[in-house]
Design a binder for this molecule. Structure first.
Ligand code: NAD
Ligand code: UDP
Length: 309
């Protein structure tokens, strides 16, 4: 098959492209390199089954493919808040252009990388797919949260209108090799700071929680979802192990034996207090569950950052 991955030069996209190539598929990576990195796909470019299109999903595109994974969108608050209007455009126009392409090609499978952020600062815990969330529509995170929610809306409207085989995956915090050093997310920030012996920047008192999924587990989930038949989702893909940000810092300090101390600054606006996926649906419909726990995943990720620092 020939498979389009938008955002394929990014952190998750580059792992997905490699996984698909390893399965013997042909992969077209579409990326505007806003947060993508050339080094993530350097080795993939040597593979004759891999091609790169430097394009922006906010413009329509026509490519003959058999499946579409739509991952194009900055994922870290630092990057998606840099140009919030562009973030909304990427989510909304990107979704429309992928769905239109699917329609033009006779209704090919199209998967949307949605997010746990559609649950906002959740009042229901853990989060199940039938929870409609608690999002502040006018806050600084809204360009991402509402952009992703609108993309889900578009996917389901196209599905109802034209029976396009859509797939919506709500991805929870994911980490691993190929995260950019300046990504700004907590795992990469803490690891880079710890390896440099710098202080660890904790926002708030560190009692807020997240559930961290290692990237190879996530990629298996995305592909299982694409390969499923007659299942639109939305489905949560994430690791249900829940850790406070303070626990995460302590693990990273202990593995790296860092001398840096924890320094505190105010919690950003609308920062969710807790997050943990209920993955019963993914287990039942996809036979998927994560295999790599946080300690194992952090050791692998720290080893990667040591090679690039
Ligand atoms: P990333 O920032 O590393 O990758 C995003 C990629 O999309 C980059 O290569 C970037 O250059 C590209 N891109 C951005 N805007 C684009 C545009 N307008 N046109 C073409 N390409 C564009 O982020 P990631 O962590 O790999 O996330 C990938 C997807 O998964 C995103 O859609 C994100 O919202 C979703 N997601 C990620 C996480 C996570 O924890 N990493 C959690 C939930 C959802
Ligand atoms: N965070 C932190 N220090 C950092 C970066 C992030 O304490 O250097 C916190 C952030 O405020 C949030 C959590 O870690 O509570 C996860 O942040 P991230 O941006 O990785 O993911 P998201 O908030 O989008 O889940």
């Amino acid at each position: 098959m020939r498979i389009l991955v938008t955002g394929g030069a990014g952190f998750i996209g580059s792992h997905l492209c490699k996984y698909l190539l390893d399965q013997g598929e042909k992969v077209v990576c579409l990326d505007n390199f806003f947060t993508g990195q050339a080094k993530n796909i350097e080795l993939l470019l040597k593979n004759k089954n891999f091609s790169l299109l430097k394009l922006d999903v906010t413009e329509p595109f026509e490519i003959k493919v058999d499946q579409i994974y739509n991952l194009a969108c900055p994922a870290s608050p630092v990057h998606y808040q840099k140009n919030p209007v562009q973030t909304v455009r990427t989510n909304v126009l990107g979704a429309i252009h992928c769905l239109e392409l699917s329609k033009k090609l006779g209704g090919i499978k199209v998967l949307q990388a949605s997010t746990s952020e559609v649950y906002g600062d959740p009042i229901v815990h853990p989060q199940r797919e039938d929870y409609n969330g608690n999002v502040n529509p006018i806050g600084p995170r809204a360009c991402y949260d509402e952009g992703k929610r609108c993309a889900e809306t578009l996917f389901f409207d196209y599905f109802r209108e034209g029976a396009i085989p859509i797939k919506v995956v709500r991805i929870f915090n994911t980490y691993g090799p190929n995260m950019a050093m300046n990504d700004g997310r907590v795992v990469s920030n803490f690891i880079v700071q710890a390896l440099r012996g710098e202080d660890i920047t904790m926002y708030g008192n560190g009692s807020q929680t997240r559930s961290f999924c290692y990237v190879t587990d996530l990629v298996r989930g995305l592909v299982a979802m694409m390969d499923s038949d007659g299942f639109t989702g939305p489905v949560n893909i994430g690791n249900p192990g829940e850790f406070s940000i303070r626990e995460l810092a302590e693990k990273i300090i202990s593995i790296t034996k860092s001398k840096g101390k924890i320094i505190f600054s105010p919690l950003p606006a609308d920062d969710p207090k807790q997050r943990k996926p209920d993955i019963a649906l993914a287990k039942k419909c996809l036979g998927w569950s994560p295999e790599i726990n946080l300690d194992e995943g952090l050791i692998k990720t720290i080893a990667y950052f040591k090679t690039i620092l």
